[in-house]
Write a protein that binds this ligand. Sequence first.
Ligand code: GDP
Ligand code: MG
Length: 460
Amino acid sequence: LTSGLEAAWNKLKGEEVLTKENIVEPMRDIRRALLEADVSLPVVRRFVQAVSDQAVGTGLIRGVRPDQQLVKIVNDELVKLMGGEVSELVFAKSNPTVILLAGLQGVGKTTVSAKLALYLKKQGKSCMLIAGDIYRPAAIDQLVILAEDEVVVEFVERILTCGSHLHSQVVGVPVYAAGTAIKPAEIARQGLQEARKKNVDVVIMDTAGRLQIDKAMMDELKEVKRVLNPTEVLLVVDAMTGQEAAALVTTFNVEIGITGAILTKLDGDSRGGAALSVKEVSGKPIKLVGRGERMEDLEPFYPDRMAGRILGMGDVLSFVEKAQEVMAQEDAEELQSKIMSAKFDFNDFLKQTRAVARMGSMSRVIGMIPGMGKVTPAQIREAEKSLKLMESMIEVMTPEEREKPELLAESPARRKRVAQDSGKTEQQAPPGTARRKRRSESRRQFADTSARPGIDKDFQ
Ligand code: GDP
Ligand code: MG
């Protein structure tokens, strides 16, 4: 997805603004990239339309190239597509809150049940798990240990998730297991009863999955759901799921009704096709993500971070955001027309310099520009120093000189005065720190060389 999108940005290099015409090609690339990432066609169509509308309607932001601006627009639309805000888990008004987990085999349901228990426990909630997977071979292993007690056993690391040895944290939550002979719906009924008796805050039910969606699984889930009357029905989706993600989510949502999804295995190299489809096809948000095999690797789903990951252009985004914050659009348009009519004066220069200063230290701003990593800290310090120097020179100019840079260009005497004044103010100041001395030193140097044409040229 990322490389496909890169082609889109590249087509805009050298353009000055986004227009209806010059975004046609890039939009085609974006469309192709999304389709290749298995986002469904209707979703892609709506997305592309939204981005195009935005792109053409957006004015120029000073300092931001059109391709960077398009990256930002695509990012914002991606965030919107994935639900915008973080979607919190919903808790029942009275205990217990019941969470039912569903999904295909191997997507990480059992792992998620334990992770979720730990996650909620950390929030001060008491939890209980119901082991509802009575089919999977691994699940039998899991249940052997549980069966020793038959009813409620302490759930410690590795008990529920067989075969994995990366669990660094003991979950320590009771599990209700009733062997493999009873139907899941009955296990659910008994488990819920037990949870009420123990007055736990949250019950999490793990269920069996199949490799494919089949009627038996859906029927079983429906039955379990009827018994539990869950607060949340969360569909566990493997982030690597490609093409079939949209259909999968749709089917589960239509058949059993989900309240949200959990995206697992985000630590893999998937770039997020599944993440894009969930909300759009079901209207239900992704609430949590699993990004590792350890028990603590579960966290809320942040649409903005996911968008950033999909685009892989976090640097450009924060750069554009900063530029947007700092510069009002009218300012930029005014500036543009000034540059066009060659009326860029020292006042504008000062405004620009200060806007850059407001964006943070120059090294940070430069660091945000792709390809500028090679600039050394010393070079940046030099640049900052000469900017400050120019600033103090502008400060001693007359208003007339500030508005008409050509006055300085035409008159060596004026140039000399400005250079001297800006240096002098510093020299006249009471004896200061070594640093100030150094600064005045460099100013003198500047004064000596001020007659050199290069400096004037920069201001014209
Ligand atoms: P279930 O069949 O849906 O219950 O899936 P499991 O919970 O048994 O998980 C299947 C495999 O995926 C196990 O080896 C897990 O350790 C692994 N797994 C689950 N979640 C994650 C995750 O977020 N990241 C990674 N890398 N592996 C995961
Ligand atoms: Mg399982």
